[in-house]
Write a protein that binds this ligand. Structure first.
Ligand SMILES: [Zn+2]
Length: 110
C-alpha cells in the first residue's frame, strides 16, 4: 500500500462501529469485534495451543457481550492504539494494517 494513504476522518458509528475515510477516497466500516479479533499485540498473536479436535466451538460469555471501542490514540505517523470495552488495549494498529481490515462501503451508501 502507498504509505501516503492516511485517514482523513475517523468517526464512531453507533456503539460498536467505526467509519474511516481514507485519503485515497475509500471509506471502510469496522466493527469493534473485528478489530478486537485482529488485535496485533504480542498477547493476541502469540501461538495458541492446538485445539482439542473433539471439541466444538462454543460462544463464551465474552462473545455474547457487546463490545465497544473505548478509545483510539494516535501513535505518531505509525497508526492507532485501540482500547476496547473488555479492558484490552495494548494493540497498535498500523495504518497499512487498518487499511486492510474492515469492509469497504461506497460513499453513496452512507
Ligand atoms: Zn491484543
Amino acid at each position: 500500500m502507498n504509505p501516503k494513504i492516511r485517514p482523513l476522518s475517523i468517526r464512531r458509528q453507533g456503539d460498536d462501529e467505526l467509519l474511516i475515510e481514507w485519503s485515497d477516497g475509500e471509506t471502510r466500516l469496522y466493527t469493534a469485534r473485528e478489530l478486537r479479533k485482529a488485535c496485533p499485540c504480542a498477547v493476541c498473536t502469540r501461538e495458541k495451543p492446538p485445539a482439542d479436535p473433539t471439541a466444538l466451538p462454543v460462544l463464551s460469555q465474552k462473545d455474547l457481550e457487546p463490545l465497544r471501542i473505548a478509545q483510539m490514540s494516535p501513535q505518531g505517523y505509525y497508526g492507532y492504539l485501540i482500547g476496547f470495552s473488555d479492558g484490552h488495549g495494548t494493540g497498535t494498529y498500523s495504518l497499512p494494517y487498518l487499511k486492510q481490515l474492515g469492509t469497504p462501503i461506497s460513499p453513496s451508501e452512507s
